[in-house]
Ligand binder design. Structure first.
Ligand code: BG6
Length: 505
């Protein structure tokens, strides 16, 4: 546990949705781990806001249980939890009633007096998307912090439901807060392996010269999950895979892979480079959506020996739901670096493995000088970046098999985080919460990024909404998605890449 880093300034953190699932699973464990690693400010308090009737003790017990279940570090380490819990309080209030917001203003005053200074006042909106506008419009007028730079609002995804609602939400936020105070979260950007993409690309001389259309055949991004909608049917019915994963997480990964080199690591510089990528993505017309995008929905079936419900049998899901639990899209980026290089992306629930990987497939080297049998196992170089759950980078190249014959086989050179480093990597939410306290917005979505990402997927959403799917459910649990997704890439003479199963390595 390092004692020597600079801690963020005093912070008072209000969590709307304090009794909800996100706080229980992610936020409270992240704050606890930051505390245990000495990353929390000297002076801080966390106030969970919710409607459920907890008293202080039962609220702390509720968070303790979440930490025991979901945190990378359990809450029974010597004295840590007791000390942390003293800084946690619960405020029962109805966030829809304007008059109740005075309770917040009073807590701010009380803490300011106790700290002897203005703390950062952070409002984390871990609530259902439809509640966000109501809360934002009641927070703005509170005027609790004279220095607007100290008050910050953190907005969880989904950010809007489509381009229009995202625009409206951005306008509402802009009427209450300065853009510098708004932190739109995409938790993928907090993952260590995602941040490492910039290090890999720009801190090494090796990759950047060949990171373009001259050497790269195509790029793939897969974000597959084995879970179903896990009791979130209500939310998912209004969302679907394209909105839930592609509009945000997957497009962000694509931006990290495709962006130009930044001239500094300044928040706006990085975000400018990413937004350039989004603007350069070729717009798909509604008429040609079927050539570029495939949707799917999982059926009832068996996964690794367990019987699982189909999507339409999940709680709070319509029995004839047209909602996509799988989406695959082929994108093109029209700029000098990427012209004509396809980016194939796919994501789905109830798929064969949990795996988020990025594959950079290079063009094949010419094979004519080798004997014909060598050509049988001829494979192009491939760089695979595993984001989760494995955290590694593997570079595939050709090697001569030992023996008198000139036989080749592809081999992988593997860098594994767990083998290379002793440190435990922080969870994405730890990194992001620390950044909010420090006022560093690099890993958060700026207004124009969110809107540009919506613009990319709107034609697909519109086409899908106007045409009911005729073949749902169209993939079995435990598979790699619908046949049409295989066809999407096979038509171009390529195939989806998956990691080798562990026992085959
Ligand atoms: C969330 C989606 O943003 O990301 C979920 O709403 C999805 O549906 C989750 O399961 C995946 O995150 P991770 O970090 O487990 O890959």
């Amino acid at each position: 546990m390092s004692q020597h880093h600079k801690r963020p300034p005093s912070s008072l953190i209000f969590i709307f949705g304090g009794s909800g699932d996100l706080n229980h699973r992610k936020l409270a464990p992240a704050l606890y781990n930051l505390y245990m690693d000495n990353w929390m400010p000297e002076k801080f308090d966390i106030v969970g806001i919710g409607r459920r009737p907890y008293d202080q003790d039962s609220y702390r017990t509720h968070l303790f249980n979440g930490i025991q279940q979901f945190s990378r570090r359990k809450a029974d380490e010597a004295g840590g939890w007791e000390a942390f819990a003293q800084r946690v309080a619960y405020l029962q209030m109805d966030a829809e009633k304007e008059e109740e917001y005075q309770k917040i203003a009073e807590i701010v005053k009380e803490k300011e007096a106790a700290y002897g200074e203005h703390p950062n006042v952070i409002f984390y909106l871990a609530v259902a998307p439809q509640l966000v506008p109501g809360i934002v419009s009641k927070l703005g007028p509170l005027n609790i912090c004279h220095d607007t730079k100290c008050t910050r609002v953190v907005v969880e995804k989904p950010f809007g439901h489509d381009l229009e609602s995202a625009n409206e939400l951005n306008k509402l936020l802009a009427s209450m807060f300065d853009e510098k105070q708004i932190y739109r979260i995409d938790h993928y950007l907090g993952k260590e392996t995602v941040q490492n993409i910039l290090a890999l690309r720009f801190a090494n001389a090796l990759f950047e010269p060949i990171w373009n259309r001259n050497y790269i055949d195509h790029i793939q991004i897969t974000a597959a999950e084995t879970v179903g909608v896990e009791g979130r049917g209500d939310f998912y019915e209004k969302s679907g895979a394209l909105r839930d994963m592609v509009q945000n997480h997957i497009l962000q990964l694509l931006c990290m892979v495709a962006m130009e080199a930044p001239v500094s690591f300044d928040a706006d510089e990085i975000r400018n480079k990413k937004v350039d990528v989004l603007h350069a993505i070729r717009k798909i017309s509604k008429e040609e959506v079927h050539q570029y995008a495939v949707r799917g929905q999982y059926s009832h079936g068996w996964m690794k020996g367990t019987e699982v419900n189909g999507y339409r049998e999940e709680k709070n899901v319509a029995p004839d739901s047209p909602v996509d639990t799988f989406a695959a899209v082929k994108f093109y980026i029209d700029n000098w670096r990427w012209q004509d290089v396809p980016f194939y992306v796919r994501t789905g629930k109830r798929m064969h493995e949990k795996e988020t990987i990025i594959t950079v497939q290079f063009k094949a080297a010419p094979s004519y000088a080798f004997p014909p049998e060598a050509a049988e196992t001829w494979r192009a170089n491939r760089l695979t970046i595993s984001i989760a759950p494995d955290m590694d980078i593997r570079l595939r190249f050709q090697s001569k098999r030992p023996g008198q014959d000139l036989t080749l086989s592809p081999v992988d050179m593997i860098f594994s985080y767990n083998d290379a480093y002793e440190e435990h990597e922080p969870e994405a939410y730890e990194t992001l919460l620390l950044d909010v306290m420090e006022g560093n917005a690099t890993l958060f979505m700026r207004e124009d990024q969110v809107e540009a990402a919506w613009k990319v997927i709107m034609p697909i959403l519109d086409a899908w909404e106007n045409r009911e799917p005729v073949d749902f459910p169209n993939y079995g649990p435990g598979s790699w998605g619908p046949e049409d997704a295989e066809a999407l890439i096979a038509r171009d003479g390529r195939n989806w890449v998956t990691l080798p199963a562990p026992h085959q390595e």
